[in-house]
Design a protein around this ligand. Structure first.
Ligand code: OGA
Ligand code: MN
Length: 209
C-alpha cells in the first residue's frame, strides 16, 4: 500500500467534503502504522479494556442497546502511544487543510477504538449532538483484515436526511478511511456478522455553549 502525495490527498478530501459531504480512501495511512494500530486495538480488546457505548454526551449520556451495541475504548490525548500520536499528527494535518479550505474552525480531535461484536449495530443517527455541537467532521479508520460482503457491518451513509432510499454503503475493510460532516451526514452501521474493529474520531470545535 502506498500513500499518495499528502497535500494532494488532503486537498482532495477537502474538495469532496465540500461537494458531497463525505470522502473515502484506502490510502490514508501507511501499512506499518495500520498494522500497529490493529495490534493495539486487539490488545485492549483481549485485556477487557472496552466499555459499553452510549448516546448523547455529558449529563445527557444514555445507554440505549436498541440504538447502539458497540463497545469503545477512548484514547487519552495526554497518554497516546507513539503510534496513536502518529495517527493524531496525520489527522492534525487534515484538520489544518479543512480549516483553511472549508473555513472550519476545528480545534481538537477526540477518538476511540470501537468493536462491534457479532450482531452489533448502530441505528441511523447524526454524530453532532443536539445539546453541544462540538463535532464537525467524523473520521473513521477500519481495522478488519479479510472482511467480505457476507460479514455485513457496512457503514450506510444517507444522501439526504429525510430519504431512506438513496445511500452509499462502505465495507469496513482494513485501512479504509472515511470522513464526513458530523452535522449533515445521517448514517448507520448495519449488523456486523463478526467482530468489527475501527478507530473512530471527531474533529471538534470548542463548545458553543
Ligand atoms: C459512530 C459511527 C460508524 C462506523 O461511532 O458514531 O457511526 O462505520 N460509526 O463505525
Ligand atoms: Mn456515527
Amino acid at each position: 500500500m502506498k500513500t499518495i502525495d499528502e497535500s494532494v490527498l488532503f486537498e482532495q478530501i477537502a474538495d469532496e467534503i465540500a461537494e458531497k459531504g463525505w470522502f473515502v480512501t484506502d490510502n490514508f495511512i501507511d501499512e506499518a502504522l495500520l498494522k500497529g494500530l490493529i495490534s493495539e486495538a486487539s490488545a485492549y480488546w483481549e485485556e477487557g479494556e472496552f466499555n459499553k457505548a452510549g448516546i448523547g454526551t455529558g449529563t445527557q449520556l444514555q445507554f440505549r442497546p436498541e440504538i447502539r451495541t458497540d463497545k469503545i475504548h477512548w484514547l487519552d490525548e495526554d497518554r497516546l502511544t507513539p503510534l496513536q500520536q502518529q495517527y493524531w499528527d496525520r489527522i492534525d494535518q487534515l484538520r489544518e487543510t479543512l480549516n483553511r479550505t472549508l473555513y472550519l474552525s476545528a480545534r481538537s480531535f477526540e477518538a476511540h477504538f470501537a468493536v462491534y461484536p457479532e450482531g452489533s449495530f448502530y441505528k441511523k443517527h447524526l454524530d453532532q449532538h443536539q445539546e453541544v455541537q462540538h463535532r464537525l467532521i467524523t473520521c473513521i479508520l477500519y481495522l478488519n483484515s479479510d472482511w467480505t460482503d457476507e460479514d455485513g457491518g457496512k457503514l450506510r451513509m444517507y444522501h439526504h436526511p429525510d430519504n431512506d432510499e438513496e445511500f452509499t454503503e462502505i465495507m469496513p475493510v482494513m485501512g479504509r478511511f472515511v470522513c464526513f460532516r458530523s452535522d449533515q451526514v445521517v448514517h448507520e452501521v448495519l449488523p456486523a456478522g463478526r467482530e468489527r474493529f475501527s478507530l473512530t474520531g471527531w474533529l471538534r470545535r470548542e463548545s458553543l455553549l
